[in-house]
Design a protein around this ligand. Structure first.
Ligand code: SF4
Length: 338
């Protein structure tokens, strides 16, 4: 379901813009549609009141919590969709939430469990907001990152629709909405074409290597964009919005943790409004890639810092529950195929 369909249905039930906003806001905030100071009896038209219980059930079924897996640095949620598919979301520290933008993914990053299975289907914009609503029944969410399963640029319309909803009725600050992408000219073009007053999200771009050939090997089906161009466009967006962008770097032993990458990164990121996140790889049982030695990773971060690159060395979310992107879903599917 897309949010435009939902809005259309509400209007057909006689909802005025104020009613529509209240239903959407309550849902996105994880509350019942009727919540609020004024009772729905003297507020909503009769047809809308009659339809609310069924609508509430339908919206709750868009992303239903199947299981949760607490970890030291995040709690991974496995969510059932209405058609029996599953996606993962992660409750992050400081009220953050990482959500999925697709079931599966077509980019095929060689180190990612989701990438090995290909794309199953797109998520509708309502299913994106539904992940936030489901998480909010567990705890507060004040930041949403589109960094779970899927490539947001491959489901652009739905992602931008969800961003607009979350940044308005969903109560999330613009810079606390972060779209993570491997980089696609259409995504940058669409963001730059957003009208004045629209919700303008922050961006995180997945670089992983400064060498175009290595990057292509790691991200074989990513849209064609050179590392230089990716960083230029991310930097331009960060300057346009006024909040810094993120550069994501999954650190893999012997692949992209060498001195050559440190030197090239220092040059590529010099003077940019971008912060580098070094994320030591979560080993996936069936894949050959390994996490680098943490001291080596820390040294890489220190060297980049000395060269003027704002660098953070991250622990990967939920690493201690064996929960790299797509692993939970894959494990459940192995035992209970959809
Ligand atoms: Fe897709 Fe992200 Fe996995 Fe790459 S890392 S295959 S973009 S889900």
């Amino acid at each position: 379901m897309h949010l435009t369909d939902l809005r259309h249905r509400l209007r057909e039930l006689g909802a005025a813009p104020l009613h529509e906003r209240r239903v959407l806001r309550n849902w996105a905030m994880g509350r019942p549609p009727s919540a609020g100071k004024r009772s729905i009896e003297d507020f909503f038209p009769q047809r809308l009141r009659d339809a609310l219980p069924a609508l509430e059930t339908e919206l709750a079924g868009l992303a239903r919590l199947r299981s949760e897996h607490p970890g030291e640095d995040g709690t991974r949620l496995l969510l059932d969709l209405a058609d029996g598919q599953m996606v993962e979301a992660v409750l992050l520290p400081r009220d953050g939430l990482c959500i999925s933008s697709q079931v599966g993914c077509a980019v095929g990053c060689v180190f990612c469990m989701t990438g090995t299975g290909g794309l199953q289907r797109q998520l509708g914009s309502a299913e994106l907001v539904a992940q936030v609503a489901a998480a909010r029944t567990r705890r507060a969410v004040t930041k949403v990152v589109f960094m779970g399963m899927g490539e947001p640029a491959h489901n652009l319309e739905a992602v931008l629709e969800a961003v607009q909803a979350l940044g308005t009725v969903g109560g999330i600050g613009h810079k606390n909405l972060v779209i993570s992408t491997v980089g696609d000219e259409r995504l940058f073009d669409a963001l730059e074409a957003l009208p004045a007053g629209a919700v303008k999200p922050a961006l995180a771009v997945s670089l992983h290597s400064t060498d175009a050939a290595t990057r292509e090997r790691l991200l074989p089906k990513a849209p064609p964009i050179s590392p230089q161009r990716l960083i230029e466009r991310a930097d331009a967006w960060a300057r346009a919005t006024g909040y810094p962008g993120l550069v994501q770097w999954t650190l893999i032993d012997g692949v992209n943790d060498g001195d050559d990458e440190v030197e090239a990164l220092a040059t590529l990121l010099a003077g940019r409004r971008l912060m580098l996140n070094l994320i030591p790889y979560n080993h996936v049982e069936s894949l050959p890639w390994q996490r680098p030695d943490m001291e080596r990773a820390a040294e890489m971060a220190r060297r980049l810092h000395r060269r003027g690159v704002l660098t953070k060395l991250r622990r990967s979310a939920a690493q201690d529950v064996d929960g790299g992107c797509g692993q939970l879903r894959a494990r459940v599917q192995r035992t209970q195929p959809v």
